[in-house]
Design a binder for this molecule. Structure first.
Ligand SMILES: NC(=O)c1ccc[n+]([C@@H]2O[C@H](COP(=O)([O-])OP(=O)(O)OC[C@H]3O[C@@H](n4cnc5c(N)ncnc54)[C@H](O)[C@@H]3O)[C@@H](O)[C@H]2O)c1
Length: 263
């Protein structure tokens, strides 16, 4: 297997499970040292052990709430102390709510925006400073947005709006960091088979007055390719965007949704 990330240091947030975990495994398979960031201590440490044993790269799990600028600063200090430079930041942490806007509390709105959008600003700022200071060649920032950034989804208001913000933030970061050779992109997945989606089936089905299985079938039938994505299918494209193969791509937010947003 081509180890084209050998010697690179990659940070993955939301790395304890789902798409973040799938991406961390792919980075490690390509030879990168990885920092796994997540709020879930038990899962992030288990994921780190799994990757370290199987792939023989340096893995540092860090328990961080990505909405806290203080926790991010401490984490970046520790990462710099251990690895000096950072080559790739992958923003995968994200949350959703399943409530109609008229029923939503202000705290729900703030929490979703803080995890999905503010955290990407805070982390990108800190990591970009590290890249600039260390004159990192071809640094990469890749964030997970969503198809929900491009189409409204009933019962998913702050998620849709925060993910639209991710696309915009990606464009501005791309413009401002281009002079340092740092490329910034987002991916907009459709329905990906993870625990987050299972939770959506369970909770948002109630708003639509459907059983979870019936709701899952309804959503899946709205995908032209007729199936859910696997986390690895999203991670594969993020891996490409994180590599030197994507050096000329910046400011994009590519939809990977089996055609869902076309109909
Ligand atoms: N699953 C889907 O259908 C889908 C579709 C489009 C976009 N996405 C996006 O992909 C990303 C990953 O989603 P997933 O399906 O793998 O979800 P997931 O719930 O399986 O994983 C998300 C991870 O983020 C972590 N996290 C949550 N809040 C955090 C915080 N404050 N600080 C640090 N870590 C935190 C969680 O502990 C969890 O490990 C998210 O940004 C999500 O919005 C998912």
């Amino acid at each position: 297997m081509e180890r084209n990330l050998e010697g690179k240091t990659c940070i993955v947030t939301g790395a304890a499970r789902g798409i973040g975990k799938a991406l961390a495994i792919k980075y490690a398979e390509k030879g990168a040292n990885i920092i796994l960031i997540d709020i879930n201590k038990e899962n992030v440490e288990a994921t780190a052990r799994e990757i370290e044993e199987g792939l023989g790269v340096r893995v540092l799990p860090l328990v961080v709430d990505v909405t806290s600028s203080q926790e991010i600063s401490s984490a970046l200090e520790e990462i710099e102390a251990q690895f000096t430079k950072i080559d790739v930041l992958a923003n995968c942490a994200g949350i959703s709510t399943s409530k109609l806007l008229i029923d939503l509390e202000e705290e729900d709105w703030d929490r979703v925006f803080n995890v999905n959008l503010k955290a990407i600003y805070l982390l990108s700022k800190g990591v970009a400073k590290n890249m600039i200071k260390n004159e990192v060649k071809d640094g990469k920032i890749v964030s997970i947005s969503s198809q929900a950034s491009k189409i409204g989804e009933l019962g998913n208001g702050p998620y849709c709006a925060s993910k639209a913000g991710v696309n915009s933030l990606t464009q501005v970061l791309a413009l401002e960091l281009a002079q340092y050779g740092i490329a910034v992109n987002a991916v907009c997945p459709g329905f990906v088979d993870t625990e987050m989606l299972q939770d959506v089936f369970l909770k948002r089905s109630v708003i639509e007055g459907k059983a979870p299985e019936e709701y899952e079938m309804m959503l899946t039938s709205q995908v032209p390719l007729g199936k859910l994505a696997k986390p690895e299918e999203i991670a594969e494209f993020m891996l490409f965007l994180s590599s030197e193969k994507a050096n000329y791509i910046t400011g994009t937010s590519m939809t990977i949704a089996g055609g869902k947003t076309l109909i």
